[in-house]
Design a protein around this ligand. Structure first.
Ligand SMILES: Cc1ncc(COP(=O)(O)O)c(C=O)c1O
Length: 430
């Protein structure tokens, strides 16, 4: 039975087998103002902030500096030989990230790779997976999807000269805040003769709603279309079984729950039934070419029979070092343990927030744990920005998304039940 007391939260932290991971991260300093009256020891200016912004930018693991130093040192000491003889050879750097990543996204190792950034990868994979014809050309996406996805799909449609009615948007019903899964399945069926692609966020960035990717993929395939997902908010957060769900392709960034640092290289999943098919249309570059012939400098692109067959350029080692460091922590903690803690932590936050009656807000994120990840989206009908500022002033880092939403995301690797309790106490005293 959940209790709204600090003692309860501290007891939960003592029972938490993952609690020691918190000390392996750097926390930013609190921006709390001196005149702040919030009853929160963290609120003192200069103390650690309560950081609930891992859905935007994950924290830096303390060991990342050593990982970075190792690459700098190898570059200093052996220069070009680092491609083959660095402690983590640069030639196969992306491959070394695949075991941990494949456990996180639920795939075969050959089905994942790390390259470029999310939107770039989305475009590259769309060149393979969105091949509109005169009859089958429509794309189903969320209304109000993350802008970069909207721009990517809008420009892909233009690039192909596809008709003006190519994009179908699905949103919540009138008066509702999240999208009903039955509506997604129904609209897929309704457009089954003209649908080419379904592209949804695994978790919607604004509401925090987690979609049933298995059911959506099955319905999409039944309609004869391709199912792709933007997993920016799901990777390292929600349980994923991309291979078993038969998802066709997916892309993600590494700077949110994966703690890969700002602008870290993004990730991509291509189901093996495509990854192994060297005949698929794509844009090629030497890093996607079969390793045996990569350095023969000959004519004729031979794609690798893995997700890496969509890579183009030399591995961006320094954009992957922080990710490598963070993935080592994921391996140590175990993704399933993290997800179990996440369900408890966010469930605790949900219940405490529900008990508040001094503020007028609505939790947009679904109440059912299997329909969300770590993030809860709090919608304030009035004065949302002012309230967000007060929360920041009290020493908490949370972000704000128009219109009216404060997103709060306790990350199980470094957040505690005490963090959640203190946040609740701050809101209670606003
Ligand atoms: C859901 C979603 N999609 C796409 C992007 C864009 O990612 P990138 O800037 O790495 O291309 C973001 C960035 O935060 C995002 O949250």
């Amino acid at each position: 039975m959940i209790e709204p007391t600090l003692e309860y939260a501290q007891q939960k932290d003592r029972e938490d087998k993952l609690s020691s991971f918190r000390s392996r991260f750097y926390f930013p300093r609190s921006k709390a103002t001196l005149h702040n009256a919030a009853p929160n020891p963290h609120a003192a200016p200069g103390a650690d902030a309560i950081y609930f912004c891992g859905n935007s930018l994950g924290l830096q693991p303390r060991q990342t500096a050593d990982y970075m130093q190792q690459e700098l040192k190898d570059w200093q000491d052996i220069a070009i030989d680092g491609y083959w003889h660095a402690h983590n050879p640069w030639m196969t750097y992306p491959q070394s990230l695949r075991p941990a990543l494949s456990r996180i996204v639920g795939s075969l190792e050959d089905e994942v790779t790390v390259m470029n950034a999310l939107t770039v990868n989305l475009h590259l994979l769309l060149l393979t997976f969105y091949r509109p014809t005169s009859t089958r050309y429509k794309i189903l996406m969320e209304a109000g999807a993350f802008p970069s996805d909207q721009y990517a799909l809008e420009t892909q449609v233009k690039f192909h000269g596809a008709p003006g009615d190519s994009i179908i948007e699905i949103g919540p019903r009138e008066g509702e805040k999240t999208i009903r899964e039955e509506d997604i399945l129904q609209i897929i069926d309704q457009h089954k003769d003209s649908l080419a692609l379904v592209l949804l966020g695994g978790i919607n960035y604004y509401t925090g709603q987690l979609f049933d990717m298995a059911a959506i993929t099955a319905a999409t395939h039944k309609a004869g279309a391709i199912a792709g997902f933007d997993l920016a908010h799901a990777v390292g957060n929600a349980p994923l079984r991309l291979h078993d769900w038969n998802v066709d392709f997916a892309v993600w960034c590494s700077y949110k729950y994966l703690n890969g640092g700002p602008g870290a290289a993004g990730g991509a999943f291509v189901h093996e039934r495509y990854a192994r098919n060297k005949d698929l249309i794509r844009l090629g570059g030497w890093w996607g070419n079969d390793e045996a012939s990569r350095f023969k400098m000959e004519k004729g692109f031979v794609p690798k029979p893995t997700a890496e067959g969509w890579s183009m350029s030399t591995a961006q080692v320094f954009n992957m070092v922080s990710l490598r460091s963070s993935l080592a922590l994921f391996e140590e903690a175990g993704i399933e343990n993290l997800q179990a803690k996440s369900r408890e932590l966010t469930g605790y936050l949900f219940q405490l927030l529900k008990s508040l009656n001094n503020l007028d807000f609505e939790i947009l994120t679904p109440a059912e744990p299997h329909r969300r990840g770590a993030q809860l989206s709090l919608y304030f009908k009035a004065q949302a920005k002012a309230i967000h500022q007060k929360i920041i002033d009290a020493g908490v880092v949370v972000d704000y998304r128009e219109p009216g939403v404060v997103r709060v995301a306790p990350a199980p690797l470094y957040n505690s039940f005490e963090d959640v309790h203190r946040f609740y106490h701050i809101l209670e005293s606003l």
